[in-house]
Design a binder for this molecule. Structure first.
Ligand code: SF4
Length: 361
């Protein structure tokens, strides 16, 4: 299997970001401008029938990455490739947005509240195929609802969004995305606003759509447990950069970067799928330090101010990517220094406690 951050040359690759960066210019109250480096040099491949999870704290750049892949933003550098063909500037028209569908976290805001489910689905069906008659579109709309387990579909067609639960609304949002026969679904925290009792069902639905219908899927989340449950591969982002990636068993089971180790150990219970809030998920992480500024990120390894394993070179030089086999990779100087065993030798908090008794960098 290829790494989820290899470039788009593998069979089955549907959508790729190749070395993309996104910088935003912001102005303060007196008009001075600064550059926010939201994503820097990120590469990722999405494959038919596989789910890649992108995990990180708020401000890590994962939502910006999803919007770059959806072509809601133009990359500052790098390129997006659809089926190995670069998507040129301004080329993200209707065709692209049919092939690549973005699902937002808020199902309440994603559906037009004044229209019935039928209207919301019919609009997408007509965009996909203008020649189909109303009776056939209605039959297809029922089929779409039943594909997302809203059965019998006919019972939901004439409901308004406010008559549905949050989970039912998100299923309608997914049905609408499927109406245009996409090849890629980009889910930006698609379960985080749903009641905990239905998150598992939604993850099962996403898994089934990817596996059985061959959809390539990106799953953005702050929740390590849900990433482990539903995805095939995991990429970890920190301060706008990808710092570890590979098969989920390797990345979550045996983290090869101190930040991934922090995320895994600060998860209240990695087996509690989809039941942790964002605040709970990063409660420990936040007590260990603030994420850095993306306007003036730390030099060298961006994680070095928080890292209990940091060496003097970490503040000076960006670590290279080290390939660890079986598609697993990490960006940490410990690998280049032959000290990678230290990452697994003790808990993050024990390493941090030990560090406070040692001389500072
Ligand atoms: Fe820590 Fe250095 Fe590795 Fe960065 S490169 S994660 S600071 S040990």
């Amino acid at each position: 299997m290829s790494s989820p951050t290899s470039t788009a040359t593998d069979e089955g690759t549907v959508l790729s970001a190749v070395d993309v960066s996104k910088h935003f210019v912001v102005r303060n109250a007196v008009g001075d401008s600064s550059v926010v480096r939201a994503v820097e040099h990120a590469s990722i491949d999405l494959y038919a029938g596989r789910i890649v999870a992108v995990v990180g704290e708020s401000g890590s750049g994962k939502t910006t990455l999803a919007r770059l892949l959806a072509r809601f933003y133009e990359p500052t550098e790098g390129e997006i490739r659809l089926e190995d063909v670069p998507v040129g500037k301004g080329a993200a028209g209707r065709g692209y947005h049919q092939t690549v569908q973005l699902i937002f976290q808020d199902p309440f805001g994603s559906l037009n509240p004044v229209h019935r489910v039928w209207h919301n689905l019919d609009r997408a069906l007509r965009i996909h195929d203008r020649r189909t008659g109303r009776a056939e579109r209605r039959r297809r709309a029922i089929g779409l609802l039943e594909r997302v387990s809203l059965t019998p579909g006919a019972d939901f067609l004439d409901k308004f969004p406010h008559e549905l639960s949050g989970g039912q609304r998100q299923r309608v949002v997914i049905a609408r995305a499927l109406a245009v026969a996409p090849k890629v679904l980009l889910g930006d925290e698609p379960i985080s606003m749903l009641d905990v009792s239905i998150r598992l069902e939604m993850l099962n639905l996403l898994g089934r759509l990817s596996r059985d219908e061959g959809l390539a899927m990106l799953y953005i989340t702050h929740d390590i447990a849900s990433a482990r449950y539903v995805c095939d591969d995991v990429v970890v982002m920190y301060a706008g950069q990808m710092i570890e990636g590979g098969p989920k068993e390797r990345v979550i089971g045996a983290p090869a970067h101190p930040y991934t180790k922090l995320l895994v150990e600060s998860s209240p219970d990695p087996d509690r799928v989809g039941t942790t809030s964002r605040d709970e998920q990063f409660a420990d992480a936040e007590t260990l330090g603030e994420p850095p500024s993306l306007i003036e990120p730390p030099t060298g390894c961006r994680f070095h101010p928080r890292c209990p394993f940091a060496m003097s070179r970490c503040a000076l030089q960006e670590p290279p990517r080290t390939d660890l086999g079986d598609g697993h990779w990490s960006r940490c100087w410990l690998h280049e220094e032959g000290r990678a065993d230290e990452i697994g030798a003790e808990s993050y908090s024990a390493a941090l406690a030990r560090r406070t008794t040692e001389p500072a960098l």
